[in-house]
Each structure stands twice: as C-alpha cells, then as structure tokens.
Design a protein around this ligand. Structure first.
Ligand code: ACM
Length: 443
C-alpha cells in the first residue's frame, strides 16, 4: 500500500476472472482513478469487499453512511487468500439462548473477520433450541429451564438463581439464519449432541434415557449422568431428528457431538451411518475416537487431542481457542472460567499441519447475553481470524498495535462490546447482584 492519496471516484467494479488465485482469493488493485477486483470465486469477491471496507476506515463499519462524496483509499495492490478452508467459530445457544437477531449479528461479525463456518451448538443438558415439528415436546418442554447457576457453586448446594431461562428457533428462523449466513459466505454447521449432553431431550421424552426415568432440563453446568440409551426406539427417534436437521441445514457437515459421555456407541454409529446415507459427513468431538468402528467419513473436532490418524480434523483446542475462558486473573473479570487465555495466547496458536482448519468456541454457561458474548469473543476472535487466514510467523506486538489503532475502532463502529486490552470496563465486571452470588468456574 502506498499513501492515502487515492480517491474512489466511481462504484467499485467487481470483475470475476479465473486467474491463478486460490479458492476464496482475490486481487484488489487501487489506483488514483480506479478500483479493480479479480476474484477466484464469489467468496473471493466478498472478501475483497470486506478488505475495501477496512481500507475505507472505521466509519465504513457503521450501519449507515455518515459521509457523502468520495472515500479516500490507499493506492496499491492486495493479493490475498485464506490459509485454511474451515475458519470456524462455535456459538453455544443451548446453555444460554441467544435471540435470532443476535445470531444474525454474530454472523455479520464472522463475515467481517472472513470466518466462514458458524458451528451452532443447538442442544445440551440445559436446553433444546431446534424446533422439530413432529416432536413438539423437544421445544415445548426441552427449551425451558427453571433457573441457572451463576458461576459454579463450589459445594454444588445452590440449585439455581430462580430466574427461568429458555427459547428456541423455529424451522423458519433456522432457514433464515442459514440463508443470511450463506449470503455472507458462512456455512452453518448444526450440532445436535448425542449421547451425552442430552438431558433437555430426555426431560421432554423420558423414554430416550437409559433408565426411562423422568428428568428435568438441567439448571447446573458440568457433565450430567442422564444420557441417551442405545435402544432401537432412541435410535429411530434421533434418525427423525437428524433427517429434519438435514432438511433445514444444507451444510455438507452435520455435527452429532459425542463428547463427555461413555456408552451410546451404537446410537452414535447408527446416526453417523444415517447422515452418510443422507449424503452428509458426520462430525463429532475427539471423545469419539474411543469407538473402534467410526466411519472414515467422520470429521473429528479435536478439543483435547492434537493429532488423529484416519480422519479429517478440525482443530478446536480448549487450551487456545475456548473463548469463554477468563482473560486475566484480575478479580474484576466477570465470572472467571477455566484458565487464563489472552489475546496473545490465541494469536500464538498454530493449527497442526494437515487439519482442514480450526475453530474457536464460545461456550455460554457463563455468558448469559449477547453483550457477554461480545466481551468473551472480541478481540480474541479477531486474533483467531488472522491465525486461520494468514500464514505464520506472527509478531504479537505488531498485531496488538494494528488491533488497537485500526481494528478496535472498527469494532466500536460495529457496536461490539469487546473486552478492552487493558481489562474490563467497570460495567463489564459483574458486581455481586443481591440474590445472584457469583462463583468462580475453574473447571
Ligand atoms: C467440549 O468442550 N465438550 C467439546
């Protein structure tokens, strides 16, 4: 880039060519009197537009134009393409429901960062968020709980905060989310977690559980011992659920979870086979590697193990990419989760060679609103976006300067309530609310 002497005198011309650009790549040429884009494909043209927006300055990220007339642009050539095909972020809408508008906004934020997969964690012990019209109790019962732990009470004696919580997306909502994401080159990969993390489903249909006993949508966090059975009736139930998922979500990859539960092996292999029959690729967490006869088509989301043979891998290491983890040890941090994971830690992550890509995760046990999701996700997700887009080596001080000078003003313009680099703003800490004690969660 040279100087800020160029002006944009006419609408940007987006010319598609089949030039030697890799998938999703683009070439942007800005001269004093023109802007020209070559793109490998539609995604490449979209990313060129995102880069142009960055070059126009932070106000280009506002929802309405504040300026009329030409926008100054730096002259130069940018040739750019992603390092990984799968640049994902998981959003857990099961532990805390996020309203549809918040999901659409989150997709906008992924697209701004040239991320291209939204892994939507739709079901868990604490809530079922996916309408399945032929199985109405999943949402009329499974989408609601009596309250929530606020943090994790050390002795487990506190039942919950007494504040009911819930919500779900209708089929039409989900089709809208999928279409909105597709228009921004984001694929929505849905996750319905089996055989563990299924207590909301079992609360709705107790016969699904190993003992058929009545249950309730969980108000606590952790690993529930209430899990799905391997019975043929449970398998058939989940075939219906996943057939509906396949109907709503066009993604090639559908996640069936599989984390933090022993047993349920037959259920997992039968559902994986069902997805393959329906023309999709099953994905599951690395806990599933304990199963000998996993189909080779299964994509493994590695949150604990680094290397896997015989399967395609998405690297999702808790150590670097779980964005619910606390960002410092300072007592002002909101509910402190896990161990400290700083922006520099995320930026220093190097995905293993051969992975399809990598994925950050915004688990929401302790993030009860879009505002707290903003705090956890940003700016760490911006650091992650650079890791999966651009090759190493990296220089964190250089990145932090760019972040502070150029990128945080864009997030300000977008209205993202990120964690300031110096620590939480006073309103972002969680003072003790009467009746809602705050506990540490260092699990
Ligand atoms: C996970 O964190 N249980 C995938």
């Amino acid at each position: 880039m040279t100087g800020f002497d160029g002006l944009l005198p006419r609408p940007v011309r987006l010319a598609r060519t089949d030039a030697v650009l890799p998938p999703e790549g683009y070439r942007l040429m800005i001269t004093p009197d023109s802007v020209h884009v070559d793109a490998a494909d539609d995604a490449g043209a979209f990313y060129a537009e995102q880069t142009l927006r960055q070059l126009r300055g932070p106000d280009a990220f506002r929802a309405a134009a504040l300026h009329s007339g030409p926008t100054p642009l730096p002259c130069g050539v940018v040739e750019d393409y992603p390092r990984f095909a799968w640049r994902g972020c998981l959003l857990d809408v099961a532990r805390h429901f996020m309203p549809k508008a918040a999901v659409l906004r989150f997709i906008d934020l992924l697209a701004v960062h040239k991320l291209n997969v939204l892994h939507l964690h739709l079901t868990d012990d604490q809530g079922w968020r996916l309408e399945v019209p032929e199985l109405p109790l999943l949402t009329s019962v499974g989408a609601w709980r009596a309250g929530s732990w606020v943090g994790r009470p050390p002795d487990g004696t506190v039942e919950h905060d007494g504040r009911p919580h819930g919500g779900y997306y209708t089929t039409t909502d989900l089709r809208e989310i999928v279409a909105y994401a597709a228009a921004r080159h984001v694929t929505v990969v849905p996750e319905v977690d089996i055989p563990g993390h299924s207590r909301a489903a079992i609360a709705a249909y107790p016969a699904l559980g190993v003992d058929g006993a009545p249950s309730s949508v969980w108000t606590r966090w952790g690993i529930s011992e209430t899990v799905l059975s391997d019975a043929e009736s449970t398998i058939e139930f989940y075939r219906r659920v996943f057939s509906h998922v396949v109907d709503v979500f066009p993604a090639k990859v559908i996640c069936l979870g599989g984390d933090e539960a022993s047993g349920g092996r037959r259920l997992v292999t039968e559902i994986a086979a069902h997805l393959i029959r329906l023309g999709r690729r099953p994905m599951g967490w690395d806990d599933l590697l304990a199963i000998d006869d996993l189909p080779p088509e299964m994509i493994i989301g590695c949150w604990r193990s680094a290397a896997v043979s015989g399967h395609d891998v998405i690297a999702c290491p808790e150590r670097y990419l779980y964005l619910d983890h606390r960002q410092s040890d300072h007592p002002d941090e909101p509910i402190p989760v896990g161990y400290v994971t700083t922006v520099a830690d995320v930026y220093g992550y190097e995905p293993p060679p051969g992975a399809l890509g990598a994925q950050a995760a915004v688990w929401t046990e302790h993030l009860d609103s879009p505002r707290s999701v903003d705090y956890a996700a940003f700016p760490r997700l911006a650091a992650f976006a650079e890791v999966v887009w651009s090759p190493a080596p990296r220089d964190y001080p250089e990145f932090e300067t760019r972040l502070a000078v150029h990128h945080l003003p864009r997030l300000d313009a977008l209205g993202v309530e990120y964690r300031p680099l110096t620590g939480p703003h006073p309103w972002q800490t969680r003072p003790g609310v009467p009746g809602r004690p705050r506990y540490r969660d260092s699990s």
